[in-house]
Design a protein around this ligand. Structure first.
Ligand code: KG4
Ligand code: ZN
Length: 351
């Protein structure tokens, strides 16, 4: 079963063709980062206009790079929330128009659920990403499978979704069955990275900029960690404010500040997720979302988790349509088909 995935929830216009929920046949991402970088963050109006310009060429390219015809496509999966309303509208309306024109079934996909499903993907052929081949990382499984093979996920598993808008800890009990355990009470982890990078004058997007700057520094500055004991929630705004005060006072090395900030976020994410995994006695942890592209975060998880930790390769952690197609495949398998009145839900949550 070949699914065309479409993703336009924020600042990436993306389309992909995925077979049977795991084999990526094509994966096209048109990033708007260069456009928004000059404003220091995503400008919603600019994002939706850019999606309008690129969505059709991106879909055409996904079909042609997959070397398939429309007759080979069995269904369309599109992100309908959460995200920027104007951006989501472009993807959803184009998906509906194509579905109607080509007489294909359509399913609306929750962007957060799609991030989790990036863990179900395997790389099928040489894609353009320079990170291709890095594959999934696993630890604690007696005889590790070769990289890039489809990963067997066992339920129930614990999912940490860390992106620009969310830091959610979710128990996944089966396909499409989620229970939210924790969320951020203020800034999401990615948002905190983005704001910290702005404080330190490191540009946008902040996560990769902080990660890069941190390689030249040591985490020697004392920054607070909000543990929120007894709760699976996260909070990163106090950490951000503490960094701001340090930067205001001056005299700190940007590299040391980046390394210290990065470690503070990682400490909290790793400790609280592992604590929840132990409490709930789950057998696996699935990482996802743009922040999961952070190498140190992955390393800390792999070094301290008592259960296997799965994480997609970095280019499948950040927004893409392959994860949407993978998630859509399971929707179709379980009969979750949308009507043509599918609408965007910008504040959609998971579980
Ligand atoms: O999942 P994503 O691509 O988009 C949303 O759904 O929000 O996540 C984007 C977020 C941004 O805040 C970005 O700074 C962060 O992920 N990010 C990273 C890294 N790469 C992207 N954060 C830390 N380290 C990274 N390497
Ligand atoms: Zn995302």
């Amino acid at each position: 079963m070949k699914i065309l995935g479409i993703e336009t929830s924020c600042d990436e216009t993306a389309a992909a063709v995925v077979e049977n929920g795991s084999r990526i046949i094509s994966n096209v991402v048109a990033s708007q980062i260069d456009i928004h970088a000059r404003y220091g963050g995503v400008v919603p109006e600019v994002a939706s206009r850019q999606h309008l310009l690129t969505i059709i060429p991106v879909i055409d390219r996904a079909i042609s790079e997959a070397e398939v015809s429309w007759q080979d496509i069995d269904g369309i999966a599109v992100t309908y929330g959460p995200g920027l309303a104007g951006s989501l509208l472009v993807g959803v309306n184009v998906a509906k128009a194509v579905a109607l024109g080509k007489q294909l079934p359509i399913t609306g996909v929750n962007h957060l659920e799609a991030h989790i499903y990036a863990n179900f993907l395997s790389e099928a052929k040489n894609l353009s990403s320079p990170l291709n081949g890095e594959g999934k990382v696993r630890k604690g499984i007696p005889s590790p499978a070769p990289l890039n093979l489809p990963m067997d996920v066992s339920f129930p598993c614990l999912c940490l979704i860390v992106s620009g808008g969310h830091s959610d800890l979710v128990l996944m009990k089966g396909h499409g069955q989620f229970e939210k355990l924790g969320r951020t009470r203020d800034d999401a982890a990615g948002e905190a990275f983005d704001k910290a990078a702005r404080i330190l004058g490191l540009g946008y997007p902040g996560g990769p900029a902080i990660e890069q700057a941190a390689t030249n520094g040591t985490p020697c500055l004392s920054l607070p960690r909000a543990w929120l004991k007894g709760s699976h929630d996260f909070s990163f705004s106090g950490l951000k404010t503490a960094l701001w005060h340090l930067a205001e006072r001056g005299g700190i090395s940007v590299a040391d500040a980046a390394a210290s900030f990065q470690l503070a976020i990682i400490d909290v994410l790793v400790s609280k997720t592992i604590e929840a995994a132990k409490q709930l006695k789950v057998g696996q942890i699935l990482l996802s979302g743009g922040v999961a592209a952070n190498k140190l975060l992955t390393e800390h998880f792999l070094n301290s988790s008592p259960v296997p930790v799965l994480v997609p390769p970095p280019h499948l952690c950040t927004d893409n349509a392959a994860m949407v197609a993978a998630c859509g495949y399971y929707h179709f398998q379980t009969g979750k088909i949308s009507d043509y009145d599918l609408d965007v839900v910008p504040s959609l949550s998971l579980g």
